[in-house]
Ligand binder design. Sequence first.
Ligand code: GUN
Length: 293
Amino acid sequence: MSTIIDGKKVSLAIREKILSETQLLKAEYGRVPRLDVILVGSDPASQTYVATKAKAAIEMGFEHQDHYLPEETTEEELLSLVKELNEDERVSGILVQLPLPKHISEEKVIHTIDVKKDVDGFTPESTGLLAIGEPCLAPCTPAGIIELLKYYEIPTAGKKVAVLGRSNIVGKPIAMMLMQKGMDATVTVLNSYTPDVREFTLNADIIIAAVGIPFYLRGDMVREGAVVIDVGINRYPDATKKKGYRVVGDCAYDELADKCSYITPVPGGVGPMTITMLMANTLKAFRASVEGR
Ligand code: GUN
């Protein structure tokens, strides 16, 4: 039987820590972290994400400001808001909700965010710092995976890790983090052109699935005792549900659960960690600003 990694429990423990640290900093500096979130347009999924982030910020005792901009906002207008928030000393963290409307360059917008306020960890500067192992604001989902591994005391040194997916948000940064000194894993990053994926996954001690394909990782692709981290959040048709779908991961959980030593469920595994790490990054950015680092 495998241990089910409880992302909700770990997330709650980290949130309690953030809350108490925030109270201490408030007592010391008379200020709290502030998270500013920008949403352009009215995509319902993005609106839900932004509302969830605001709720978490309030629960942490942070200040927060949402900036709702209309779909027809120009790139120039958005860039000037980002620059304004870069300069605003009250703002600890800036997050521009993606995707942006097609007429706006996401790259240009992300590249404009001050590295000190880059709580998503998406800017080239943050990516570079992460790559060379210097202190930085790391992308939230991979940072959440590292926290889960640490909480469950899952060793990574000398372990073979297969990362399925090479996105800038999950695959590349988690590979970078796991190969750093201190984590010391041997990492292989797979993509859709990789021949014989099974050859790599069967050989892996830890598998991180971030491909966005429901049930991609099957029982016969994983060896006995492996650790499986499922980053997928996919909508899968299900007529028995009111919405007509249910959320499933990238792993065939039922085929894997008895085989693995540890496994993350979907929902309730990696998912709850992402927004918690966003709060952790906002606190970190605030601390660096008040402590002059
Ligand atoms: N859209 C979906 N996920 C994310 C995220 O983690 N950060 C931002 N900025 N936008 C997103």
